[in-house]
Design a protein around this ligand. Sequence first.
Ligand code: NAX
Ligand code: ADP
Ligand code: K
Length: 510
Amino acid sequence: MKILSAEQLSEADKISIEKQGITSEKLMERAATLVFNEIHKRLQGAPIPVKIFCGIGNNGGDGLVVARHLIQHGYHVTVYVVNYSDKRSDDFLSNYERLKEVTNDWPKLIKKENDFPDIDTGDFLIDAIFGIGLNRPIEGWVAKLVKHMNDSQAFTLSVDMPSGLFSDKVPGEKAAIIEADYTLSFQAPKLVFFLPETMDYVGDLQIIDIGLDREFLAGLSTKTYLINKDSVLPLYKQRKKNSHKGDYGHVLIAGGSYGKMGSVLLTATAALRTGSGLCSLYIPKCGYEIIQTGLPEAMVLTDPENDMVSDYPEDFDADVVCFGMGAGTDKKSVQALKKLLETSDSPVVIDADGLNILSANMELLGLLPENSVLTPHPGELKRLIGEWKDDFHKLEMVKAFSKKHKVVVVIKGAHTFTINREEIFINNSGNPGMATAGSGDVLSGVITSLIGQSYEPVVAAVLGVFLHGLSGDISSRELGYEGVMAGDIAANIGRAVKDLFSREMKDQEN
Ligand SMILES: NC(=O)C1=CN([C@@H]2O[C@H](COP(=O)(O)OP(=O)(O)OC[C@H]3O[C@@H](n4cnc5c(N)ncnc54)[C@H](O)[C@@H]3O)[C@@H](O)[C@H]2O)[C@@H](O)CC1
Ligand SMILES: Nc1ncnc2c1ncn2[C@@H]1O[C@H](COP(=O)(O)OP(=O)(O)O)[C@@H](O)[C@H]1O
Ligand SMILES: [K+]
C-alpha cells in the first residue's frame, strides 16, 4: 500500500473532484459520512455524551458533517468550534449552516481557556481540529485545549490525523498533539503514523477508502510503502511438486559464544522452519553438543576456538551466510567476520554482534557484498551510522548509508522499516509480545533462509519481516503477549505462511 504525502493527497482530492464532476463539499460529505458509519458501527446508538471538537478548516468541516449525522441518529452530541482564527474554509461554512437542518443547538465557540468544557472520562471525544493542513505547531490556548482533552483520559477518535501531528515532519518535543485512541484516516496511511517518535499518538489506525480517483492514485509515484498481507502475497514463491532439498538452499549460520549458543540455535531453527533445504552452523567448540542435541536437523562445523568463532571455513559451499548472533566482539571474532567478507561475493546477512563489529571496524563495510542485509535494532543502528536528530533524519541517514554501501538495512522495531537505497518498506505485522529475547535472532534466520531459497535480498527482507511479525501474531493469539518466547515465533513460521493464504484473516485486517 502506498504511503502518500499531504501534497499528493491534496492533489488527488483536486483531480478526483474534477474527474468525478463533484464539488469539494460533496467529497467532504462522502468522506465524513464514512467516518460517521464507522463510529455508528461501534457505538450502536449508545447514549454516551459525544463531544466533537471542530477546527475551522476542512478537518473541522469533516467534524461538522459527522456531527450532523450523529445528531440525526439520536446521539447526545455537543459540537465545539475551536475558533483559532476567522479564516473559515468554504466547506466548513456550508456545513456549519447545514447543522441547522438537524438541531437548534448552535455549536459552542471556544476562543479562550475559559470556554473549555468539562470533559468526563466516560465522554466520547472526536478530534476534528486539524488534519493534513497543519503547517506550524499548535500554540497558545489551543495547545492548552489539546492538553485538556488528553488529560481527560476520555476515549478520543481523531479524524484523518491526530491534531498536532504533521504528515511529513516530527513535531518538537513539547508540541501539543492529541493522543488518539483511534484514528480514521482518509485514503492512504501517512508516514508519521509508523515512526517510533509519533506512532503512539495514533492509537488504532484504520484507513478509509473515500473513493479518490483510482487511476490517478495508481499513477502516483512514491518510494514508501506499508507492507501488509496483500503486498507480500505476490512475493511468495510456491514450492514445486517435483523438487528436492537441494532446491531450497543451503544456509550457513556463523556465530555463538560460550553462554550464548541459544542465539544461533534460534536462528538455525527459524531458517529450517522457513523452509531451507539444508542448514549448517559454524560455531565454537563449546556449542557442538548443544546444537547437535537441540537441532538434530542441522549440521555443525566447529571453529578451532572453544569459546568463540575466530575463523571462517572459506571453502564451505553455502548459498548464503548469516553472521553475528551471540558472536561477541573479541578481536578473534573480528578476524572471523573479515575472512567471511573477503571470501564471499554473494550477499550475506549480518546481525547483532556482527553489526557491532562493523561499527567498531568501519573499514569492513567496504568488504560487504552488494545487497547484503543488515538487521540492526535502534541501538545497533546508532553505533553504525551515528546519532540522528529525529526519525525523519534517521530515515535520510539510513537511505544514504544503504546507497553508499549498496546494502539493505532492516531497522527493527514495533514497525520494522526495510530500507533499500531510496525505498522504504514499513512492516505492519507483529505485536509487543515479540519484545522478548532472541526474537531478532529468529528474524535473521527467516531472512537468511529466504535468500537461500533464491529470493532477492530486499524481497527476502520485506517478506521475512512480515512473516516473522505474522508468526508473532499467531504466537500471541495462542499464548498471550507475555507468554511468547522467541522459539514460538520460529515454530510458527510455517503457520504464518499458511495464514498468508487465509481469506478470513485478510478480511479482518481491513
Ligand atoms: N482526500 C482527503 O484527504 C480529504 C480531506 N478532507 C479533510 O481536509 C483536511 C485538510 O483540510 P485543510 O487543508 O482545510 O486543513 P486543516 O483543517 O487541517 O487545517 C486548517 C487550517 O488551519 C491553518 N493552520 C495550520 N496550522 C495552524 C496552527 N498551528 N494554528 C492555527 N492555524 C493553523 C492552515 O491554514 C490550515 O489550512 C484533511 O485532513 C481532511 O480532514 C475531507 O474533507 C475531504 C477529503
Ligand atoms: N512492540 C513490538 N511490536 C512488534 N514487533 C516487535 C516489538 N518489539 C520487538 N519486536 C520485534 O522483535 C524483534 C526484536 O529483535 P532484537 O531487538 O534484535 O531482539 P533480540 O536481540 O533479543 O533478538 C524485532 O524483529 C522487532 O521488530
Ligand atoms: K484531526
